[in-house]
Design a binder for this molecule. Sequence first.
Ligand code: GLY
Length: 357
Amino acid sequence: MCEQVNVNLGERSYPVFIGRGGLNTIGDKMDKIGMSGKVAVVTNPLVYELSGKQVTKSLEMAGFRPIVIKIPDGEEYKTLNVASNIYDKLVEHQIERGSSILALGGGVIGDIAGFVAATYLRGLPYIQVPTTLLAQVDSSVGGKTAVNHPKGKNLIGAFYQPRAVIIDIDVLKSLDIRDIRAGMAEVIKYGIIRDADFFSYLEENMDEITGLGDGILYAIKRSCEIKAEVVAADEREEGLRSILNFGHTFGHAMESVTEYKRYRHGEAVAIGMVLAGEISQMLGLCSEAAYSRVKGLISKAGLPTESPTVPFDKMLMAMELDKKVQNQKMRFVLMEDVGKVIIRKLEKADLRSLVSP
Ligand code: GLY
């Protein structure tokens, strides 16, 4: 069974296909949307080992000529240098205007391959084939592409939409449970920011979903629907799209002060969402009950809820480098209830009194 969600952006609209065994259908799907010729498959050695052959076979059967470009695995390789190595390979293999790029991997691969697709020959069509839960429900949809700068994550990038996203749920079976849980943080986020019924569904079915039972298909589909809706309303994050950053300003700061070693991205976001919920309650924006439900569900998903002990000023410095800071006032996504969030500007002093013990 294959579900489809559409990201509606006029002539740049594209489908997100979600189902089991989707890797075998990549070639056909790309053929149907009018692509042909050479496809540069950007991946990493581990993902290639698990899924690479299945993907290149599917491409070849549909008449494409795949070229595999492997980059090292890890956030520390999402750099301009590594992007430059990919450009070298594209030149070497004579990838031209009619060719395309396929990102096969997690968020790092999707971001850097998307960035290369946005910039090489002023833009090549690309396809996202996300292989982690986090990438399936978040980074592969919405066209944010980027590489990191030594001073901050995702500081160099472009909004550039893929032609399609192909999500194969079967690939999740090879993931560590820790990575499934990390991805669940973003799934929970969608319930908090936009859909109280979905949040209740997650409360009732969390064990079944993290165990990759049938509920995972619905959880991914609903997450992609919400993301697609928000992106269609505000592609370039001039307003509404920033609600997708719920818990992320704190989360990014926690990742940065712990040098990206202690937490998976989703784990840092989980702690960040608990903190955002706690601050919302302290400011009287949401009830204690709403905050407890958020903390309870995050904990039920097996995610951390407690902030690491880090000096407040260190966290503040990391937050100030975040792209979301405007005129030195920090903008936070806070919650009014489960399913409803608002954007609030907070002064540093207010934040200090709320966050410091
Ligand atoms: N991950 C947040 C966004 O795509 O806007």
